[in-house]
Design a protein around this ligand. Structure first.
Ligand code: CMP
Length: 134
């Protein structure tokens, strides 16, 4: 089915000047960018976005990292977009990510891992609405 998913190009990848290379991977995989915004997240933006991780030990570091510089927030649309985007990204820890994935090629660490992608249809719906409204 055609789905929509939320993608974030994180501050490490923006600082590395690879926004275009990452967007190009989405496009080559037949995902369409149907919304896009460059944004400096406030602490409140990042805490709200990652609310489900509030109790995790890495939460404060995650929020600090995500507010350390601008991010590019996008909605990707295409056949099987949620799982396809996760395949293109690779595992959360770039050290375990498969060859040819975005995280393997552009990420340094589990914190500075270049991209975020919604992990399910319900997260995608919530995350898209969080940044782009209905
Ligand atoms: P992301 O997909 O944006 O969702 C939550 C983020 O927390 C994750 O990517 C990682 O960058 C970060 N993180 C840091 N430590 C961990 C951890 N131990 N497990 C999962 N995510 C982590």
């Amino acid at each position: 089915a055609v789905e929509r998913t939320l993608s974030i190009i994180k501050p490490d990848a923006v600082a590395k000047n690879v926004i275009g290379e990452i967007v190009s991977r989405f496009e080559k995989a037949d995902l369409k960018i149907v919304a896009m915004q460059m944004k400096q997240l406030s602490k409140q933006d990042a805490e709200g976005f990652y609310a489900e991780h509030k109790e995790r030990p890495f939460f404060a570091d995650l929020v600090a990292f995500m507010t350390s510089g601008p991010v590019v927030v996008q909605v990707l649309e295409g056949e099987n977009a949620i799982a396809l985007n996760r395949e293109l990204m690779g595992t959360t820890n770039p050290k375990e990510a498969a060859e040819g994935t975005i995280r393997r090629d552009f990420a340094e660490s589990i914190d500075a891992n270049a991209v975020h992608g919604s992990d399910s249809a319900s997260s995608a719906e919530r995350e898209i609405a969080y940044f782009f409204g209905a």
